[in-house]
Design a protein around this ligand. Structure first.
Ligand SMILES: [Fe+2]
Length: 280
């Protein structure tokens, strides 16, 4: 079978396409009402309701009534999202600060449009749940973009038929990331029988069989079409919680001069090797 290998030039072209105004600017986004309101006083009485909605819809928005201590916010989420996963990025702690820095090396500390992805989708260890607490929103731009995997999978099934099963293979793709080369699946069978995804559109390199590359390209095309996205502006003190296996996310660019500040938290570390079900 023909193997496709792509590297810097492929991902550079894709990166430039994603930074374009077609993706970032033309589709308006509104502020969105929170599903719940939380304060340290009411504590954990909301946890079940929040988790149920997260499980059903794949994301939840919670208003935080007063400026919280970030560690208190993490401890509260630990109660229903599981243990924190250490961020392998900049701070190597239980959370990362998401803000534009001069010459920031990663999307997380830049003002660029962030391609649609699942967190740590370039590797086989990733958080099941992620959350973003908005301390200071962007005045313009910085639109949150979510894509539900349910619609994506439906589209892939129509366009690629049974070939999407190939994405469950533990060695479906070989990716080049900061740590070197790693083989991984792109789709996973979750404990409840639903299908999860672990995907990153921008890599240092990718090698896979041609039918898999076709589906991978189909994912990239689908998720970056604004028509397939839920787009909204996070407001100050809103906490966005996402099922990182069922809802993909990104954000549009914003002015470098903006003081946009978010805190990103990761929960429930997952290992692809223990999740993949090859019998599916
Ligand atoms: Fe992310």
């Amino acid at each position: 079978m023909h193997t496709v290998t792509v590297g810097d030039s492929y991902f550079h072209d894709l990166y430039n396409l994603i930074q374009g105004d077609i993706y970032s600017g033309v589709v308006p986004a509104d502020n969105i009402r929170s599903d719940f309101t939380w304060s340290p006083i009411i504590g954990d009485s909301l946890n079940t309701k929040i988790f149920n909605l997260l499980n059903r819809r794949g994301f939840v928005l919670v208003s935080i009534t007063s400026k919280p201590d970030i560690h208190e916010l993490i401890r509260w989420q630990n109660e229903y999202l599981g243990s924190s996963m250490k961020d392998r990025g900049l701070n190597k702690g239980m959370y990362s600060t998401v803000m534009a820095e001069k010459n920031g090396k990663f999307f997380v500390n830049s003002n660029l449009t962030q391609p649609i992805h699942t967190d740590e989708g370039h590797t086989s260890v990733f958080p099941r749940y992620i959350s973003l607490y908005c301390e200071t929103p962007s005045a313009s731009g910085g639109i949150s973009t979510l894509v539900h995997s349910k619609g994506l999978l439906k589209n892939l099934k129509i366009n690629f038929g049974d070939n999407i099963r190939l994405l469950f293979d533990q060695n479906a793709v070989c990716v080049k990331n900061v740590s070197g080369y790693e083989s991984k699946s792109l789709l996973i069978r979750l404990k409840d029988g639903r299908t999860g995804i672990s995907y990153s559109p921008i890599l240092r390199g990718l090698s896979c069989d041609e039918p898999i590359f076709d589906v991978y390209s189909g994912i990239t095309k689908y998720v970056h079409d604004p028509e397939n996205q839920i787009r909204f502006r996070l407001s100050k003190n809103q906490l966005l919680i996402i099922d990182n296996c069922r809802v993909l996310h990104g954000r549009t660019k914003f002015p470098a001069s903006d003081d946009r500040v978010l805190y990103r938290m990761w929960f429930s570390e997952c290992h692809l090797s223990t999740m993949v079900n090859l019998t599916v």
